[in-house]
Design a protein around this ligand. Structure first.
Ligand SMILES: [Fe+2]
Length: 186
């Protein structure tokens, strides 16, 4: 088993749905309308929906279209976190958490690339999709329940606006302008 496979395998199976819901509630309480954390939370919800849409697609065309949507939002979100948020986490004396975050996302990106090489309507495809979904769900749980709360707490207020600006800039660079802005009331 490769190192990247081990990272994914190690984080599966994830924690309970209840634990995940509690982590999200904590993160929502820490977020402010329009800030980087509110955007991240909105994107996490969109990613969960995109995984569900790929799984439930019943035709080849629908599955390929849903897979593309998932890949765009997941890559755009991951790239923005890697450029804007994880460096700030490392700079806030949380280097080991930042390292885990990068490693988990590298594993997810690798697996998403491998998913593209499988027959979209096959069981192997669905198995890999579920594997990636579980790993991403665990990663999201770590961010919402721990890492991003640290970032909110440890980064001074005057630098929080810069994080919001940089996260939005990187997300929009990949996904498209206006798509990443929060429309959800936290
Ligand atoms: Fe995330």
């Amino acid at each position: 088993m490769s190192v990247l496979d081990k990272v994914v395998a190690a984080v599966t199976p994830p924690e309970s749905d209840k634990a995940r819901a509690e982590a999200r509630a904590k993160a929502r309480a820490a977020a402010r309308p329009g800030d980087w954390l509110s955007m991240v939370l909105e994107h996490h919800v969109q990613i969960e929906q995109a995984f569900a849409d790929v799984k439930s697609a019943t035709t080849l065309a629908a599955r390929l279209s849903a897979q593309k949507t998932l890949a765009v939002i997941l890559t755009g979100h991951s790239n923005a976190e890697e450029s804007a948020l994880y460096p700030a986490l490392a700079g806030a004396d949380e280097k080991s958490h930042a390292t885990s975050a990068y490693a988990e996302q590298a594993a997810a990106k690798t697996q998403m690339g491998l998913l593209e090489r499988l027959a979209p309507m096959s069981q192997d495809y669905l198995d890999k999709l579920e594997h990636i979904r579980g790993a991403v769900a665990h990663h999201v749980y770590e961010e919402e329940g721990n890492w991003f709360l640290e970032l909110k707490e440890k980064v001074p207020a005057e630098q929080q606006a810069k994080l919001t600006e940089r996260y939005a800039e990187e997300f929009e660079r990949y996904v498209g302008e206006g798509v990443g802005r929060s429309t959800v009331e936290i």
